[in-house]
Structures are given as structure tokens and as C-alpha cells.
Design a protein around this ligand. Structure first.
Ligand SMILES: C[S@@+](CC[C@H](N)C(=O)[O-])C[C@H]1O[C@@H](n2cnc3c(N)ncnc32)[C@H](O)[C@@H]1O
Length: 295
């Protein structure tokens, strides 16, 4: 794709979907888009964009492609194990119920996993759990509670499958009781307002294609959106280089706790002060991950 075509496509996509392609890593995005467009109809970029304007399915396919919305329940079990054994109990020491935001929640698997985890740890408390994503189609599925296929459910312990899911055509669905615990709505992380006062924000596997500048701005906004002591959870391999500078301390793979004002003021404005404490994950965390409380 030449520069003029790429520029034209970026403008049309922004107008039609509010997705700002410039906030995503440009080389990767351009290469991926080139491959995608080679398999799409239209003889040139202008005719392709005209088709996009008149064909909702085509626009949806492009949006799905741009936002890459694969997900699964209890994705990255060690992170959920850490949430269960230390992060959430610590947050609950200060507040009876938590304000949680699953940012870039895709089809709802992450939001419902957090809802199940909270229900297992402290049942029937009025936690507020938000599931937000830019992709409408994913949100429709999230709101409907599925259906979820075997691949998306592979990490769900059998006991939780029995407790929180019901078989339906095409897989398993989350019944109304759990659905009511999560509030799903469309939200674009790159341009919409953020609410504040969160105890926990999970934004995993969302910013991996964002530019460093977009990520840095986002991490600062997440910091403002958290209460003191609140936790930002990103993917275990997503390293926030300016964490200390922003006012976070890294407490485990993907876990960043917002420091109090006083503690943050004492932090040198360089990113070298990470706690690089090794966290020894159990070799195999499998069916037992959330099984300790009997139902
Ligand atoms: C790979 S999924 C991650 C889902 C879940 N967090 C997980 O880790 O399984 C990435 C999600 O980020 C969403 N996303 C991408 N750009 C976004 C943006 N600017 N604002 C909000 N969501 C976005 C996509 O629509 C997609 O559903």
C-alpha cells in the first residue's frame, strides 16, 4: 500500500469507526492491513472505502481485524491466581466492595472471570464491574453472555463451569445472575473520557499494537482513574517502562499498584526503581485455581 492510499484509508476508517490507526504501531499495522486488503473486495483503496460505507458486514470485518478481539476465560492463570491469593484480598482489606474496570474486555470473558473470582472470594457484595470495548460486536456477545466455545472455556475449572454456565447451542452461556454483575458498554480508550475511583483496572493484551506514545498517555490516564493503592493489571509480558515516573510500583508480572501521593513523591523520576522480585508461580496451576472455597 503506498503512502497516499494508507493516508486515505486511515482517514476513512477514523470517520467510519472512530478508530485512530495512527495510535497503533505503524509498520505492523500497515503490513497487516496490506495483507488483509489483498484478500478483500475492491479494485483500489477508494472503491474499497466506498464499499465500506455501504456494507456493515464489511466494515465489521475490518473493525474486528483492526482491534484483534480474541479472548478467553481466566486467560493467564498465574495472573488470576495472584489476583485471588493476594491482590484482591489486599484491596478488600480497605473496601467492602470493589470498583473494577475490564478495559478492552472483548467478548466479556475477562470481565466475567473477574466477576466469578470476586463472587468466590466474597459472595453477594455490590461490586461494580465494568466491561468496556471499542468493538460493538464483541460487546453484543458479552452482554448476551456467550455462547462461549471450548477454546474460550479451557481454563475454567469444572466446578465453576457447573456453577456459572449453562449449555446452549454453540457452547456455554453465562446465566442472568452473573450477567447482571457486569455492565458492558462501548468505550474507546484512545479518545473517550475515563471514569475515576477504580480499585482494579485490567487492560490486558489491548495496547500491544499501540504506539509507545499512545501507551504512555494511556498509562497516565489509568493512574488518574485509580484510587491510591489501586492496581492496574496489564498482560504479564507488557512492561511499563515509565511506571515509577508515573507513580506506579510493579508488584508482579503485569501488576502495577498506584502509590500514595507521598510515596510517589519520593520516587526518583527514572524507571530503574522496579521491584524485580521474582515471583515463583506454581509449575502447574490447573483445575484447582479457584477451587479452594467449596460451593
Ligand atoms: C486481544 S483482546 C483482549 C481481551 C482481554 N482483555 C483479554 O486479555 O483476553 C483486545 C481487545 O481490545 C479492544 N480494543 C482495541 N483497541 C481499543 C480501543 N482503542 N479502545 C477500547 N478497546 C480497544 C479490541 O476490540 C479487543 O476486544
Amino acid at each position: 500500500m503506498n503512502d497516499a492510499d494508507y493516508l486515505y484509508l486511515k482517514r476513512r476508517v477514523l470517520a467510519l469507526t472512530s478508530i485512530d490507526i495512527d495510535a497503533y504501531k505503524s509498520q505492523q499495522m500497515r503490513r497487516r492491513l496490506g495483507t488483509f486488503l489483498a484478500r478483500s473486495p475492491g479494485t483500489n483503496i477508494v472503491s474499497y472505502c466506498r464499499m465500506l460505507e455501504n456494507d456493515e458486514d464489511m466494515l465489521k470485518r475490518l473493525q474486528d481485524f483492526l482491534t484483534i478481539n480474541v479472548s478467553e476465560f481466566f486467560r493467564d492463570l498465574p495472573q488470576f491466581e495472584r489476583l485471588k491469593t493476594s491482590v484482591v484480598p489486599e484491596l478488600l482489606r480497605h473496601r467492602a466492595s470493589l470498583n473494577v474496570w475490564s478495559a478492552g474486555c472483548s467478548c466479556g470473558a475477562e470481565s466475567y472471570s473477574l466477576a466469578m473470582l470476586l463472587e468466590e472470594l466474597c459472595p453477594n457484595r455490590p461490586h461494580r464491574i465494568l466491561g468496556r470495548d471499542i468493538d460493538e460486536a464483541s460487546l453484543v456477545r458479552a452482554q448476551a453472555g456467550g455462547p462461549y466455545g471450548a477454546g474460550e472455556l479451557r481454563n475454567v475449572p469444572r466446578r465453576l463451569l457447573r456453577a456459572y454456565f449453562a449449555p446452549s447451542a454453540g457452547g456455554q452461556c453465562v446465566p442472568e445472575g452473573l450477567r447482571r454483575k457486569v455492565e458492558f458498554r462501548r468505550h474507546n480508550l484512545l479518545c473517550d473520557e475515563f471514569e475515576e475511583g477504580f480499585d482494579l483496572i485490567a487492560c490486558r493484551n489491548v495496547t500491544i499494537y499501540f504506539t509507545e506514545a499512545a501507551k504512555a498517555g494511556l498509562n497516565r490516564r489509568f493512574h488518574s482513574a485509580l484510587r491510591e493503592g489501586g492496581v492496574l493489571l496489564v498482560g504479564a509480558t507488557e512492561i511499563m517502562l515509565d511506571a515509577a515516573e508515573i507513580g506506579f510500583t510493579r508488584t508482579g508480572p503485569g501488576f502495577y499498584r498506584k502509590l500514595s501521593g507521598a510515596a510517589a513523591a519520593g520516587i526518583p523520576r527514572v524507571s530503574a526503581g522496579f521491584s524485580r522480585r521474582a515471583v515463583g508461580w506454581p509449575a502447574a496451576i490447573s483445575q484447582g485455581v479457584l477451587n479452594q472455597r467449596g460451593r
